[in-house]
Design a protein around this ligand. Sequence first.
Ligand code: N7H
Length: 488
Amino acid sequence: MGQEILPTEQDLEDIQGNILGGFKQDSQTFLFFTIPQGCRVKHWLGEISEDIASSAQVLANNREFKARARKTGGNPDANAVFLNVALTQKGLAAIGVSDADLAAMPEDFRQGMRARAELIGDVDGSAPANWVGRFAHEDPHVALILAADDEHRHHELVLHHLALAASHGLQLMHLQTGHTRVDQPGHEHFGFKDGISQPGVRGVDLPDDPIGNPDQGQPGQDLLFPGEFVIGYTAQNPDDEEEPGEVRNVGPGWTRNGSFLVYRRLRQDVFGFRKFVAEAALKTGESPELTGARLVGRYKSGAPLEKLKDPGFPNPIEGDPSNVDPRVLERAHINNFEYGDDPDGKFVPHSAHIRKVYPRDQDPPKEAGSQIRRILRRGIPFGRSFRPGEPAELKFPFDRGLNFLAYQSSLEDQFEFLQTKWVNNKDFPHAEDGQDPIIAQKDATRTFNFTAKSGKAAHLVLMKRWVTTTAGAYLFSPAISVIKGWAH
Ligand code: N7H
């Protein structure tokens, strides 16, 4: 058994808030800057460092929101404004990190997302040369993540930080908005409920049932060792999901309490997706709701296809999917399922999005192999909701999609592994199972295999991507004390 290093309260004060807490605010803006030589970047860091939100702060506010939602008290700060900071390798160099320390950072991060584009499948329309604005030919140095519930305060926050950065000589490279959808809060643009399943973190997330089930947060949510997401802590044991593994140390000593952040601006073609689902449903004779749910692994409501085979819930594969028992959306059920009892993918196809990116206890990779590939997702949509009748393809800046954000302690073993070995790989988990129909980036033409209502094997040919990468970066989100140390 390895050593168990878990974050203390003092550590949670030092780890940036979007990492372990996650900003839940409805308005978020991502400001990407470059740091020209000779600009007063250290003074700027000094100005912003006092305002960086910690995980302790964000976790406390999120708990108050939850308590209010469950009507058990709760006094969240509706006026809270949160700020976080992350830098690319070029940004670390620009603020004066030593060459030795820069060289000690992992290769994936040093190279950056642009250089790794082919590896992760960002080719053709998703290739960096086609990314929006200045992302098409350069990397940002630093990103500010700004979050507020109140729209007015959010605007003030953004304007304040634009002016502050400019007054210190930083150059704005890209301003990316993010907004919860007004017509369907909590749902991404294709219409599916998002933000349901996240890894729980030991020492941070509390078990619902500490005596009976201390290794789970909410039902079905396995608690993982924090070193999977934050540097300097015990990580998972790759051979046993319940035992601690090694302490994860990466690069120079100052990376402790930091985390690697993947940012991807993913454009969504809602018209194309809806058209495909409607036509596919006609071909297979199944409802459009069921066809969409097969691609994702959940219905638009978030109801998990896998769960619905359990005795006690009406089985939507046989009947009308709108008959889904609403109890399945409750905390006790919505994420409480495995795939081991559906080895052939009869309910959730092997390549359905949520099964590809988190195969749970499926073999391969087995539970322990699944848990070392998890990420903390912190995405938020951008752009207006689709309105029937509008042009099929919308170009920047009027497009829509997902600001995909994910924190982890290894880009190569987590985000890149998911993208290359599972999502883009038609042979995972088994030969010819197909690529992820939602987010695969490699080939435009893919085949989606599933078991039809009749029990027979069926397949759909996907001719087009509905998700395109339109910008991206690998960033590092350092401990708050480290940023204060760099400032003067
Ligand atoms: Fe995915 N979608 O609407 O289809 N995702 N995702 N994702 N995703 C999830 O369970 C979606 C993307 C993960 O724990 C849900 O919280 C869309 C990337 C992971 O069971 C839905 C886009 C990557 C999970 C979507 C997109 C991932 C997950 C269900 C792009 C990583 C958790 C909601 C526009 C490489 C799986 C939920 C689990 C869930 C959709 C991107 C990964 C509905 C539209 C790039 C790990």
